[in-house]
Structure formats: C-alpha cells, structure tokens
Design a protein around this ligand. Structure first.
Ligand code: NAD
Length: 496
C-alpha cells in the first residue's frame, strides 16, 4: 500500500478523506513512494482556524517560555538532522551530503530565533515631553502563511517558521506538493519540543491551498518562495487582499570571471555551484561570463571537471549529483538542450544519455558555450544541470550583461583584483554578491533576498528583516497623573 501524507492541523494528523491527492516520487527510481492529500476549502478553513485560535495564548506566552521551546527544538533537530536529510533525499533526489548542508543551514536559522528576547526589544524615551514617556514595542501579526518550493523542503520552511513563531505569530505552512514529508517531520519535532497545538500547522496541496491562504481574512501575512510568475501572482493577490507579503522568486545567477582570476578556482566553483543539487538551487550559478581572453581556457577546465562528476542515487555516498525532482521537470529542462542548439549555442557537454540507475529522472551535467542574451537558454530560468557560458570583451561589458538581466538574486565575481571586486559590489544590481564565493547565501544573522524579479515586496527573508516582517511596531505615549498638566488645550501636542 502506498504511504499517505496528510495535513498536520492543531497538533495532529488530519483524519479525513481527501477529495484530491498527488503522487510523490522517489526521483532516483521513478517510483511513487507516497500520495499526499490536497487541501480543499474545508481543510484550509480548519488549519487557519486552528492557528487563529492558538494565537492569543501564544502571543501572551512569555518570551522565556517561547525561547525554551525554540532551544528544545534546536536540540531535537540537531540530534535528528540525518533523518531529516534522508527524508529530503528520498523525495527531492539531492545527494545526502547536500541535504545535510540544507539541514545545517536550517539549524542556523533556528539558533538565530533562539535570540528572540534580544531581537524583540523595543525602545524607551523617558521625558520625551515633560512627565511624558514614549516607548515602542514590536508585536506579532497573527496568523501567517508560509508557502515553500520543492528545492529546499526543510531549509526554506525553516527560514520563516522559527522567526515567525518566536515573535509570537502562529503559522500555516503550505509546503511543495512534490516533497511534502519534511514539513510533517518538522511539525512533529516542534510538537515534541513543547510547541502548543495550533501554533504550527501544515496544509498540503497545490494552487487551491495557496489561493485559500492568500484570500483568507484571518491570514495577516504571507512569506512565499518559488518561481517568479507565481511569486508575482502571490504578491499581487495577497497585497490586494490587504496582507503583508514577501515573495521571493526565481533567478539567473551570473558568475563573472575576470582575466586575472585563478582559473582553477573559478572552474571548481562554476562546476560546484552549477551542478550541485542538479542545478535546482535558486542560488545556483547558471551563467558564467568569461571576460576576454579567458573563455577557451576556462571552458576547457570546466569541461574536464564536469566529465568526472559521478551522477547517481543520492543515498549512495559515491554520488555527487542526483536526479531531477520529477519526470515532467526533467522533460522541461531537457527541452532547452534542443532549443540551445537550434539557437546557435555550442553544446560542449550533452547530459542526455547519462543515467544514475534504472527508472529515475536523470539528466547529466550539460554545458553550452557561446551563448547570447537573446537565446532561451539564457533568458529563462532552466533550474537544472545546464550551465551557459557567455563571452564578454571587458569588465564593463560583463557588468552591463548582469545588470540588464531581469533577475537579481545572486552573483559572483572571480578576480584577484580588490579594486575590480570593490567596483563590482558597488555597481552590480543584484541582492547577494560573492567575491570569489560562488553561492553567497547570507548567514542567518543577515537576511536573504534578491532584487528585481527575484523578490516582490520590501522585506528579505530571515535574520533581522525576518523579525521585522513578522512584527508590527506600536508606539505608546504615556503620562501618569501630574497636577501641572491639567486643563483643556486644543492645540497639537508640543513637546516641551
Ligand atoms: P513553484 O513556483 O512552482 O512553486 C512554489 C510554491 O507555489 C509551491 O508550494 C507550489 O505548490 C505553489 N504553486 C505552484 N503553482 C502555483 C499557482 N499557479 N498558484 C499558486 N501557487 C502555486 O516553484 P518550485 O518549482 O517549487 O521551486 C523552484 C522555484 O523556486 C525556482 O524558480 C527557484 O528559483 C525558486 N526559488 C527561489 C528562492 C529564493 O530565495 N529566491 C529559493 C528557492 C527556490
């Protein structure tokens, strides 16, 4: 019998019968490993109601008690991180070491949220006017929705959940339907850590569940991560319904290699960041911009490294790159190989025909050279193991290319010239920049977010901006009885 994955509402598994379900695959074998329930109106209402009911009690739970639960969750997650990584690998396909890295980065966000008492301090001004004190306090919003993509089924939910609940909100998480089990594992671990029922709920499903959260009057804010068209839709629909929304979208990340760069380091970085997680990372390097004259040498070094990559089942320690997440996604990615050739790019390494075993959704590392901006392999986010090399005549031409791209998530420059790197970090229109670092994902005490079509809204994810997003500030102006302040005065209050 196929396993069933269902909603986690009010501290327990949902016991009803779903009208619609979806298949969850093991990408390395192609087999259906489970079916996941899809939420309809009834379950959306149930999950939001559970979160709304839990909110007043959770908001008024002391900072000390909330933090104790966060520390307990941190201990449980650290102790069981390998289990969570194995769940990620079994449904996403990424290799175990990579899934372990994902869980480690998630853990760092939990640790940040353990500092909530420090982060939730307000300000206080004594005697702002004579005998009048003014103080501010960040308060939670209420029920918040978190909608996450398939490519980081543990880390992206944990970009938001720890900060949201540590600051007193209650949460309905709608994870990707492609790899839903990590979300339930996280919810059960939170329950074990002592989180009261209803504070964190998991609602599985597709567009219907997302639309339900976007329009529900009791949902006050939405944190979304996914592709750009859906991020834009979520931002527009959620804000039209009066909600606070941060919607992180897709990417096309350029790695600029200047002529003075260490080309071995650059080639290692391009291959690691291009093909790690089979290119299914929003911070993957998908474009290398080789500044003349290094193109030919760099392409040859990248090719040499790519052909040695071991593609296989993510559970095997031998494998360096796993399969793609579904057959449909593999077909979509593969279609770009023909499109690139037809448009005139040179297909240097063709990943078709590479297999990591029977039945899985395989596509090997693929390299295009002499790509031009008008080609679809450059214009579209492919989100697979396909790396494109463009040639640029100068630093300025490379910069112009990066800045003309509608995405602005991540970028990197490889050079030994501090002045050039300093100019790049100043001039580039991208939210996260690496200097000789190909995947510049900020640590948990900074915040994560791209610019332009990679983020809709004005708050980045996690870190200080995460706490800012999940709270609203109230300012109190207070005076205690003082006989000198008697009498009626219709003038606008002056501070004296
Ligand atoms: P996706 O946009 O297909 O799905 C994301 C979420 O939206 C899922 O929960 C899905 O169920 C839901 N969804 C899908 N179609 C919808 C629709 N029509 N209406 C409402 N909701 C819908 O993205 P994905 O394929 O799961 O993830 C990959 C994408 O996410 C890539 O574009 C990647 O760049 C992006 N991503 C961005 C970041 C970032 O921080 N900027 C991080 C990770 C992934």
């Amino acid at each position: 019998m196929t396993n069933r994955i269902s909603h986690w509402i009010d501290g327990k598994n949902w016991a009803g019968v779903a009208q619609r379900t979806g298949e969850v695959f093991d990408p390395a074998t192609g087999e259906v490993r489970a079916r996941v329930d899809f939420a309809g109106d009834g379950q959306i209402a149930e999950a939001v109601a559970a979160a709304a009911t839990a909110f007043p009690g959770w908001r008024d739970t002391s900072l000390a008690a909330r933090t104790t639960i966060m520390f307990a969750f941190r201990e449980l997650l650290a102790a069981r991180k390998d289990e969570l990584a194995a769940i990620v690998t079994s449904e996403h396909g990424k290799v175990l070491s990579d899934a372990g890295g994902e869980v480690q980065r998630a853990l760092e966000n939990v640790e940040y949220a353990c500092g909530a008492p420090q982060l939730l301090k307000g300000g206080y001004s004594e005697n702002a006017s004579r005998g009048v004190d003014v103080y501010s306090m960040p308060q939670p919003l209420g029920v918040v929705g978190v909608i996450s993509p398939f490519n980081f089924p543990a880390m992206v939910p944990l970009w938001f959940i720890p900060n949201a609940i540590a600051s007193g909100n209650t949460v309905v998480l709608k994870p990707s339907e492609k790899d839903p089990s990590a979300a339930n594992f996280i919810a059960e671990l939170f329950a074990e850590a002592g989180l009261p029922s209803g504070v964190l709920n998991v609602l599985h499903g597709d567009k219907e569940a997302v639309d339900g959260l976007l329009t529900h009057p009791d949902v006050k804010a939405i944190s979304f991560v996914g592709s750009t068209p859906i991020a834009r839709y979520v931002y527009e629909t959620g804000t039209a319904a009066g909600k606070r929304v941060q919607a992180l979208g897709g990417a096309k990340n350029h790695m600029v290699v200047l002529p003075d760069a260490d080309l071995d380091l650059a080639a290692d970085a391009a291959v690691s960041a291009g093909f790690g997680s089979a290119g299914e990372r929003c911070m993957a390097v998908s474009v290398v911009v080789a500044v003349d004259p290094v193109g030919d040498e760099l392409v040859s070094k990248v090719t040499e490294r790519m052909t040695k990559l071991r593609v296989g089942d993510g559970r095997s320690p031998e494998s360096e790159m796993g399969p793609l997440v579904t057959a449909a996604h593999r077909e979509r990615v593969t279609s770009y190989l023909d499109a690139g050739v037809e448009a005139g790019a040179s297909l240097v390494v063709d990943g078709r025909g590479v297999t990591g075993g029977e039945g899985g959704f395989w596509l090997g590392p693929t390299l295009f050279d002499h790509v031009e901006p008008g080609m679809s392999v450059y214009a579209d986010e492919i989100f697979g193991p396909v790396l494109c090399v463009l040639r640029a005549s100068s630093y300025d031409a490379a910069l112009e290319l990066v800045n003309a791209n509608p995405y602005g998530n991540g970028t990197a420059i490889f050079t030994n010239d501090g002045g050039a790197s300093r100019r790049f970090q100043n001039e580039v229109e991208v939210g996260m920049v690496g200097v000789n670092v190909p995947i510049p994902v900020p640590v948990s005490y900074y915040s994560f977010g791209g610019w332009k079509n990679s983020l809709f809204g004005d708050s980045h994810a996690y870190g200080p901006e995460g706490f800012h997003f999940f709270t609203r500030t109230k300012v109190v102006t207070s005076r205690w009885l003082d006989p000198s302040h008697g009498g009626v005065n219709l003038g606008f209050p002056r501070n004296v």
